[in-house]
Design a protein around this ligand. Structure first.
Ligand SMILES: *Cc1c(COP(=O)(O)O)cnc(C)c1O
Length: 395
């Protein structure tokens, strides 16, 4: 997910455009901004790339999730089904909305398993938030079918999967809204940034208002003339961040091409290594190829291979032990450590996170390794990696 690897003249030019006007605010100042609306331009481009009707750019992926939930009417006491393999931001946003994260199992896509959703759906379930982890997709059409059948809102966390598609349709466009992150390590980075896409005018308008103190943005050049139909907050992005992101977004096709080529070379070379099998990708053509994820036959063997890979200079993520991306190590969630009091609807309906057992997910994650695909690799770098991987896996 490494847009930061390719900063160059285009990013500098975009940032300079903004600095030369002195207008770092995305709204207003029409007389002095020299026609530059970087955030607005980014939004139009994001909508075009994903073929979504509307897009709203905000300060982070976490903010995007919060805005999307508010705009979709998700709030206090609503149960939201999420996977246990994600970045902590997904459940943080739910808790901060006063809603209740409920964990479903994942399958070999490393994303929510549609077949096990009904095990955790209750009368309080309001929405499902699948997370398209590590650049590739959940079985999103099947998840969508379950949501439709049960009358649940589908909201996609596609923060790690910009540019990925399923059967030609962008991830993030299957539900009522989709969220992206443009933080410092994502496929396209604004430094900090996030985005929401939706085909619903109502969701878009509420999102646009909620992220900017409730402003309806109908007052013309005078912000003071805007009305405030709802209570919002400030999840705005600055023009400087949007400018960096805009230059990066223009490079998305190039980023995807390089990732796919680099991943292909390594995956092909690993195909007949004994004991290796690959993450199930429902539509391989749509993989954004930020990671190559694979399984070893047992936990013991996986740990050994991870160690050997690291000694041979190929760092792999072993998410099962990871502090941030897998529920096993989320002690703060399990103990519900909070800076302030929880809203009662959440406090009164807390699942037993301490004793939560997700056996199917554990079985998969114990055997999963992920290699991050970099843009800056030369052919030699790739060959070196292939040699190191062969050595590590042959043992
Ligand atoms: C990065 C990420 C987020 C949060 O994005 P930020 O921009 O860092 O707030 C949310 N969900 C997932 C899956 C992520 O990887």
């Amino acid at each position: 997910m490494p847009g930061f690897e390719i900063f160059g003249d285009a990013e500098r030019k975009q940032v300079t455009d903004v600095l030369e006007t002195g207008v770092l605010f995305r709204y207003g100042f029409e007389g002095t901004r020299n026609g530059h609306f970087k955030a607005l331009e980014f939004e139009k481009k994001l909508a075009r790339i994903t073929n979504a009707r509307y897009s709203h750019l905000c300060s982070s992926g976490t903010a995007a999730l919060g805005i999307a939930m508010a705009a979709c009417g998700i709030g206090a006491g609503d149960e939201i089904i999420v996977p246990p393999f994600t970045f902590v931001a997904t459940f943080e946003a739910i808790i901060n909305a006063g809603a209740v994260p409920v964990f479903g199992e994942i399958d070999e896509t490393l994303c929510l398993d549609p077949d096990k959703l009904s095990d955790v759906i209750t009368s309080r379930t309001k929405a499902v938030i699948p997370v398209h982890m590590c650049g590739s997709m959940a079985r999103i059409d099947e998840i969508k079918a379950v949501c439709e059948k049960k009358g649940l809102i589908l909201l996609e966390d596609a923060c790690q999967s910009l540019g990925a598609t399923y059967q030609g349709k962008a991830l993030g466009t299957f539900g009522l809204a989709g969220c992206f992150s443009f933080d410092a390590v994502k496929t396209v980075t604004c430094g900090e940034g996030g985005g929401i896409i939706t085909d619903s005018k109502a969701v878009y308008e509420t999102a646009d208002q909620y992220g900017d103190h409730g402003h309806d943005h109908l007052g013309g050049p005078d912000r003071g003339a805007d009305d405030h139909p709802i209570i919002g907050t400030n999840y705005r992005i600055s023009e400087l961040n949007a400018a960096v992101g805009l230059a990066q977004l223009n490079k998305l096709d190039q980023i995807l091409d390089t990732q796919r080529k680099n991943k292909r070379a390594i995956k092909d070379a690993m195909a007949n290594l004994s004991g290796v099998s690959f993450r199930y990708i429902p539509d391989a053509k749509g993989d954004s190829a930020t990671f190559l994820s694979f399984f070893m036959p047992t936990e013991e063997r996986t740990r050994q291979v991870a160690k050997d890979l690291s000694e041979n200079g190929v760092g792999c993520a072993y998410w099962y032990d990871n502090n941030w991306h897998y529920y096993k190590k989320w002690h703060h969630l399990k103990e519900m450590k909070r800076a302030a009091k929880l809203c009662v609807e959440l406090a009164d309906n807390l699942p037993d996170y301490q004793n939560m057992v997700l056996e199917a997910s554990d079985t998969i994650m114990k055997r999963t390794l992920s290699l991050q695909i970099m843009l800056s690799w030369s052919n030699n770098d790739i060959d070196d990696r292939i040699q190191a991987i062969r050595k590590s896996i042959k043992g």
